[in-house]
Design a protein around this ligand. Structure first.
Ligand code: ATP
Length: 576
């Protein structure tokens, strides 16, 4: 396919805010695309050149892209900067300058050619790489027609602005098959096990639904984590779980998937966060321990990485563990804050998937594989059939400073990516107030007046994700409850995410509009006194007296608290 044709599709997608229209456009695009190119097309719709979990980034700052646009169009850098100041969108700038400097050989490149060049930019590193990257991008822009430059310039700064996420792509794929959305659930189930959109789309393109019928988890491809439902008391939990359940402490660390493959002396290890980020390089202590302590050949384990005090063995609070999720000073921090991986599940063992096996069988494997280990250890577990017993274990864990417990259905399968009743969490209730925190996405902020003005932010708008509509709905404006340090951090983190217009998948009442919009990326944990009904916020509820607890760098925005959960939390609150 010519890239200019793809750019036309992008433009159609960008120009509509109707989800149905987007699904149809994507369906048509997938129909028109050859199987050999379809994976590239789908990565590009996400502004990427690899699946989400591969750390392949183009690594270009706005300043570099400005230089490339100027070189590619023959315009002065000053003019490019001026235009950028006006529009706030490098895509628009590139398109405008491209229109002014049209030449004959523009717009002949195929999708594959553009993709390969972008990949080359991502792979360029070392001395002189800044200039090289700029040079490749400038060349690419020079050869692109104006509409194509709009997207080619946006990809390196990760601001495609098409306004949808994976769920809409999966519906588009269903649409490609027979003009309906009815296959989306089947496709999504496969995607949760193999979260590589390129792989899934290619399989379906080549063999229809049969192509994903046998989607299996694979070592070195992260699986979307299973999540838990919540209930307010021990009796309800046991009733829901079939009378007898396994109860494990709820460890408050960082959800981590361990992938290990041995081939003779060679041992490959990968660690992934719940946001599918490859975090292997951050935890050299866990990698070394896994190589020594996990002696099988081919395994995926699911668990929680948590800091501990080597003298007492006691677990550290989340705020200390989270310091280990860093890109610098890794050795220093791994010495000062060593981690354990508390494993509670086994998803693949010696090449065989255990996702559809009952919890008890997977748990047996965890115990067998990790017996006697010091760092990669099995989670504690109790078998419980009486509410009093469950409550007693819960109280003990709380006394130890843990968050609560996880109760697991004995015959429950592992529901990748789903929040199901096979796992039920019970957390400490905060004296009849809201009994859980909310993970919300920062959608934008206001400049504000008074004290906060010194940070350039007065209040910020937070929201939750609604999978049904693939939109973010607002939940609160937060103007207090942050320390000066936290305000500063917010401004710093927000800077990279500023977009010139409200993202299309934000559902916001006019009265709640923000002065500055951020693309959905930054997730925070918020505590509040209550959820109250609110006509002003599109989630239908607002947080009463919200306070920021911490940032959740391990969560994808779509993985934040969902609209459905907010409704359930409001119900639980009424019961309490
Ligand atoms: P989620 O969206 O998964 O519910 P959350 O960020 O809202 O996550 P919590 O409600 O606090 O977190 O608890 C769920 C998380 O608890 C799991 O995602 C997992 O990371 C963690 N966890 C700790 N101990 C266990 C355990 N024994 N079994 C399963 N998950 C555990």
């Amino acid at each position: 396919m010519q890239f200019s044709k793809l750019a036309n599709y992008f433009f159609k997608l960008e120009s509509t805010s109707s989800r149905n229209a987007m699904v149809e456009i994507l369906g048509e695009l997938f129909q028109e695309t050859e199987a050999s190119e379809i994976d590239k097309v789908v990565y590009l719709t996400q502004g990427r050149v690899a699946p989400l979990y591969e750390p392949v980034e183009l690594g270009m700052a706005e300043k570099m892209v400005i230089k490339a646009i100027s070189q590619g169009s023959g315009s002065s850098e000053q003019r490019t900067v001026e235009l950028f100041k006006k529009t706030g969108d490098l895509g628009e700038v590139a398109q405008k300058l491209g229109e002014e400097s049209r030449s004959k050989n523009q717009g002949k490149q195929t999708v594959t050619e553009v993709f390969e060049k972008l990949l080359e930019i991502a792979k360029t590193e070392g001395v002189g790489s800044v200039e090289k990257k700029i040079g490749i991008l400038a060349g690419l822009l020079r050869e692109s027609d104006p509409l194509s430059t709009r997207y080619v310039a946006r990809i390196p700064v990760d601001k495609m602005r098409l306004g949808f996420s994976d769920m809409t792509v999966l519906e588009g794929l269903s649409w490609m098959l027979d003009g309906t959305k009815k296959h989306k659930d089947r496709i999504e189930a496969a995607y949760n096990i193999r979260p590589d959109l390129g792989y899934i789309v290619k399989q379906v393109k080549e063999a229809g639904l049969a192509g994903i019928e046998h989607a299996r988890p694979a070592v070195k491809t992260p699986i979307f984590s299973m999540r838990a439902e919540r209930l307010a008391n021990a009796k309800d939990i046991l009733e829901k779980g079939g009378g007898k359940m396994a109860v494990e402490p709820k460890i408050d660390g960082l959800r981590t998937q361990l992938h290990l493959k041995r081939n003779g002396k060679n041992c490959e290890i990968r660690l992934y966060s719940r946001g599918l980020e490859n975090v292997t390089g951050m935890y050299p202590d866990l990698v070394a321990a896994a190589e020594e302590e996990v002696t099988c050949d081919d395994v995926i384990l699911d668990g929680e990485a948590i800091g501990f005090d080597p003298k007492t063995g006691k677990y550290l609070p989340f705020q200390e563990t989270v310091q280990r999720k860093r890109k610098y000073d890794i050795d220093l921090f791994s010495k000062n804050f060593p981690l354990k991986l508390v494993v509670f599940d086994c998803l693949i063992y010696n090449g065989q998937s255990y996702l559809n096996e009952p919890y008890t069988k997977r748990r047996e494997l965890v115990e067998k594989l990790l017996k006697g280990n010091k760092i990669i250890v099995p989670a504690e577990r109790h078998l419980v059939d009486k509410p009093e017993e469950l409550k007693r274990i819960f109280d003990e864990e709380i006394k130890k400073g843990l968050e609560g417990i996880m109760a697991k259905k004995l015959d429950g399968v592992y529901q990748a990516g789903a929040r199901g009743w096979n796992w039920i969490k019970l957390k400490a209730s905060y004296e009849g107030k809201m009994n859980d925190t909310v993970d919300a996405v920062v959608m934008g902020y206001d400049f504000g007046q008074g004290k906060r003005n010194k940070f350039g932010v007065g209040a910020f708008l937070i929201g939750v994700y609604d999978k049904q509509s693939d939109q973010f709905k607002t939940l609160s404006k937060v103007g207090t409850g942050l320390t000066d340090q936290e305000w500063r951090e917010l401004v710093k983190k927000g800077k990279e995410l500023v977009v010139s217009q409200k993202p299309k998948n934000y559902d916001v009442n006019k009265i709640m509009n923000a002065d500055v919009w951020l693309k959905p990326k930054l997730v925070g944990v918020f505590r509040a006194d209550q959820l109250t009904k609110s006509p002003m916020h599109t989630a239908g509820y607002a947080l009463r007296f919200p306070r920021l607890d911490n940032w959740r760098t391990d969560k994808l925005p779509q993985d934040a608290t969902s609209l459905k959960e907010i409704n359930e939390m409001a119900l639980l609150q009424k019961k309490a």
